[in-house]
Every structure is written in structure tokens, then in C-alpha cells.
Design a binder for this molecule. Structure first.
Ligand SMILES: Cc1cc2nc3c(=O)[nH]c(=O)nc-3n(C[C@H](O)[C@H](O)[C@H](O)COP(=O)(O)O)c2cc1C
Length: 208
């Protein structure tokens, strides 16, 4: 394992790979080489080629890829380093179906990998007004989801960010009082799509 592969140890400190997974889902020798390639992938390449995807193959995602996505989310900066967010990994089909309903019936929410990012402002131990702490936790959860989304693309997966959902319904479904900020739906794309055109950078950037 290279130094880079140690990202996986953020999930399971110690000798994770041989122990954690059932034998049939452990990364094989080839996968280990691919992990090194993936961890050395060029971030600009990933950013430039990411495109939202709403059609996924009916195919599960290798557990080691899921772990890299979690570990990548955990590399995002957070306010004061307090990690004011939580990730709910939805594995049960019936919960995914309920999330579809909570998300305005968007069918692709029933994706192979569904992650609900919630804000947890109680974790942020900074002496600032409540509205600032809340803003921090929203930013923490959003950044982590963004990092997870990019890492998914580096792993050859595609994703769709879901912001349109009924917060109370989502809270009920995942059984939490924490406010959900986004749902990230990830899977193998049916077809790789080209990135969307954007407005000119000169229109986007306001230099003062
Ligand atoms: C805050 C936010 C909320 C979004 N909510 C939804 C959503 O509820 N449903 C959906 O299909 N796409 C949603 N998207 C995905 C956007 O539609 C998509 O990112 C946008 O069209 C740009 O396409 P691209 O990601 O391929 O660049 C959301 C994206 C963001 C950043």
C-alpha cells in the first residue's frame, strides 16, 4: 500500500483491508493498484469532467470505493475543525424509496449509493452567535458533500446532488433531529455525459 492509500485508514485505523471486509468484497491485488492510481488522479481532470447524472446502472458499488468517498468527505475543511455535520449512509431499499417521495418523487434518489448530509451545529464549540454557528454547519455539510461528489467521479462513478426535498420528511425517514442539507446519489452511470457549458469566467468573476 502506498502512502496515499492510507486515506482508507481514516475509516478503520490499523490493518483495515484484510480484516474489515468479507472475503468476497475485499479489494483484490488489481484493485489495490487501481486504488493507488485513483488516489493519484489529477484533481483538475476530475473537476473538469464531472457532470451530474440521473441514470445509474443497477450495480452495487464496491465497499472500498464507498470507504474512499467517506474518507474524502472527511478531508473537507470544517469550521474550527469541529466537523459540524453527519453523513447518513442509506442502505435499506425501503428507506431509499421513502426518500424518493420526500424528494419530490425524483426517482434517481433510489440510487446504488445514497448519502444524506446533515448539519450538526452542536459539534461546533466556538463562541459565536447561533446564526453564525448554524451557517458554519451548513457550510461544513455542503463542503463535505462536495468533496464526496468529486471523489465519486475520481472513482469512475457519477452522481446527482439533491437539494429539493422536504426536510421534515427526510428527518422522519432517517430518524434524526438533525437538519438534512443535501442528498448525494451515486452510482455507475448508464452513459458518461459531457460536462455542461458554463457562463464565461469573465462574467462570473467580479474583480474589485
Ligand atoms: C444546491 C443544489 C441543489 C440541487 N438540487 C437538485 C435536485 O433536487 N434535483 C436534481 O435533479 N438536481 C439537483 N441539483 C443538480 C443540478 O441541477 C446540477 O448540478 C446542475 O444542473 C449543473 O449540472 P452539472 O452538475 O452537470 O454541472 C442540485 C445542485 C445543487 C448544487
Amino acid at each position: 500500500m502506498s502512502e496515499d492509500s492510507k486515506i482508507l485508514e481514516r475509516m478503520f485505523p490499523g490493518d483495515i483491508l484484510p480484516n474489515v471486509y468479507p472475503k468476497e468484497t475485499r479489494p483484490s491485488g488489481n484493485d489495490m493498484e487501481r486504488i493507488d492510481d485513483i488516489l493519484n488522479s489529477n484533481i483538475f481532470n476530475v473537476m473538469l469532467n464531472r457532470r451530474s447524472q440521473r441514470k445509474f446502472e443497477n450495480k452495487g458499488i464496491e465497499p472500498w470505493k464507498v470507504d474512499i468517498i467517506f474518507a474524502a468527505a472527511d478531508t473537507a475543511p470544517t469550521a474550527g475543525g469541529f466537523q459540524g455535520f453527519e453523513i447518513f449512509h442509506i442502505t435499506k431499499d425501503e428507506l431509499k424509496e421513502k426518500l424518493v417521495t420526500a424528494a419530490n418523487k425524483q426517482p434517481y434518489v433510489n440510487a446504488p449509493l445514497v448519502l444524506v448530509f446533515c448539519i450538526n451545529s452542536n459539534r461546533i464549540k466556538l463562541n459565536f452567535p447561533e446564526n453564525i454557528i448554524r451557517k458554519f454547519s451548513i457550510q461544513d455539510a455542503t463542503l463535505a458533500a462536495g468533496y464526496a461528489q468529486l471523489s465519486a467521479h475520481a472513482l469512475g462513478l457519477s452522481s446527482i446532488w439533491i437539494g429539493m426535498f422536504d426536510e421534515q420528511l427526510v428527518k422522519n425517514i432517517i430518524n434524526t433531529d438533525l437538519q438534512p442539507s443535501s442528498i448525494l446519489c451515486i452510482g455507475y452511470p448508464k452513459k458518461m455525459l459531457l460536462p455542461k457549458p458554463k457562463r464565461k469566467l469573465t462574467d462570473l468573476i467580479h474583480t474589485l
